[in-house]
Write a new protein. Structure first.
Length: 425
């Protein structure tokens, strides 16, 4: 599937993705800013600002106005992550202009009403309390704090409670003026995209903005010399949630395709090596899976497990044993083929949905990739990886001194020292 990518004179990046056989359009306005762009003093403002945008804009002054797309049959939402913020909708193709206008207004022209600011503080504080009731989410946050200590990646997207309670309207205005600027904006439209009207409308609405750069994030430098353990004590009826991680690869690293296959083989689905060994054969955990995240300067590769605290040491040892195996033993032809299909299938499914297409291209552009791949091209990259490529990437990132273990549950700090002794590959 072909796509059109261009940059307006002021730096706004635009991607148009025509899709055959669909009657809808996914429209997204993405901004290259998130929690890793924040300082400690305003940690959480990116997510808070996303909420406040829906309270009103210059052209759509009320909450009722900003949510009017639902009456046109649209699915409308927004999200904030460590490295990006998005305002998007999926809408019948004949209403694409209305969808783009609302997304544009939310991203570029929020009025941030003072009266709604106090109300929304309470909403976000409740969102934090919900997060605190989800130990699987908490352990991921603890892991990021551990791996990326001292860097913006170690800050949470929801932010710190004290910041949410005290941040002022002027802080939002200053942050928006600094970060929501032309060279950080990406407009993506995917689906029934036909004719030059799309390009002309994007140029009209996004082209006049003055060219500006905004503040970039602080790049991460890896200073880790030994394995680390971090425990967040929480009473969970003898349950523990753990995440074991190593630094991964950058978003443009050519090894990323081999690492994706390694992740699929070790920890994706009921047939994965970790699930079969730790849950089905040993019964040491009720949930286990592997995953990864990548950014322009770094990445993280991790294994999550939920288990009884009495089996904590056995689970950690079991995960490490499987990691060690892939460093020394190449996947068989059957295992390699299965891992490739685990990647190929979801990519094919994703390509059928305009929202997924929109997100696919938006993330590549936000990451600043020089080579933007279609789904078909990415599948092609995956299919040429061999077993030795996978073993090499395992050998390059699975290192004893780079291991990080985060734990949430009724686990005493003293036990962490004993667990640290197990962190060897």
């Amino acid at each position: 599937m072909m796509f059109e990518y261009c940059t307006l004179d002021n730096g706004v990046r635009v991607v148009l993705v025509p899709m055959a056989g669909v009657e809808s359009v996914a429209v997204g306005v993405y901004v290259e800013t998130g929690s890793r762009y924040e300082t400690k003093e305003i940690n959480g403002i990116s997510h808070f600002l996303e909420h406040m945008a829906f309270k009103g804009t210059k052209k759509l002054p009320t909450r009722k106005d900003t949510s009017r797309l639902e009456a046109l049959g649209a699915i409308q939402n927004a999200w904030t992550d460590v490295d990006g913020t998005a305002y998007w909708c999926k809408i019948p193709a004949d209403k694409w202009r209305e969808g783009l206008e609302v997304a544009k207004e939310l991203a570029l022209y929020p009025i941030i009403p003072e009266k709604d600011l106090e109300i929304e503080r309470g909403v976000i504080l409740e969102e934090m309390r919900r997060r605190d009731d989800r130990p699987d989410e908490l352990v991921s946050e603890e892991l990021m704090k551990l791996v990326f200590a001292g860097n913006g990646l170690g800050r949470t997207t929801l932010g710190e409670e004290e910041v949410i309670k005290t941040v002022k309207r002027d802080d939002f205005v200053e942050y928006h003026d600094r970060q929501y600027v032309s060279t950080r904006v990406v407009v993506v439209i995917a689906g029934k995209v036909q004719g030059a009207g799309f390009r002309a409308q994007v140029e009209e609405w996004f082209g006049p903005a003055e060219r500006a750069k905004g503040k970039d994030f602080e790049r991460w430098e890896d200073w880790q010399k030994e394995a680390r353990v971090q425990i967040k004590h929480k009473e969970l009826a003898a349950q523990a949630h753990i995440e074991l991680a190593v630094p991964g690869v950058r978003s443009d690293d050519p090894r990323r395709f081999a690492l994706s296959l390694l992740t699929a083989h070790l920890g994706q689905g009921l047939s994965s090596r970790l699930f079969e060994e730790l849950r089905e054969k040993q019964g040491v955990c009720y949930a286990v899976h592997a995953g990864e995240a990548r950014w322009p300067d770094c990445g993280v590769w991790s294994v999550y497990a939920g288990l009884n605290i009495d089996k904590l040491e056995k689970a950690v040892t079991g995960i490490l044993a499987e990691m060690q195996k892939v460093k020394t033993i190449k996947l068989t032809d059957k295992e390699l083929a299965a891992a490739k299909e685990k990647i190929r299938g979801p990519l094919l499914f994703s390509a059928e949905n305009p929202v997924n297409q929109m997100e696919w291209y938006a993330h590549q552009v936000l990451d600043g990739k020089k080579e933007i791949l279609t789904h078909e091209q990415a599948i092609g990259k995956v299919m040429i990886v061999d077993a030795e490529d996978i073993r090499k990437v395992a050998q390059s990132i699975f290192s004893s001194q780079k291991l990080n273990l985060a734990i949430v549950g009724p686990v005493e700090v003293a036990r962490g020292e004993k667990l640290k002794e197990l962190l060897k590959l």
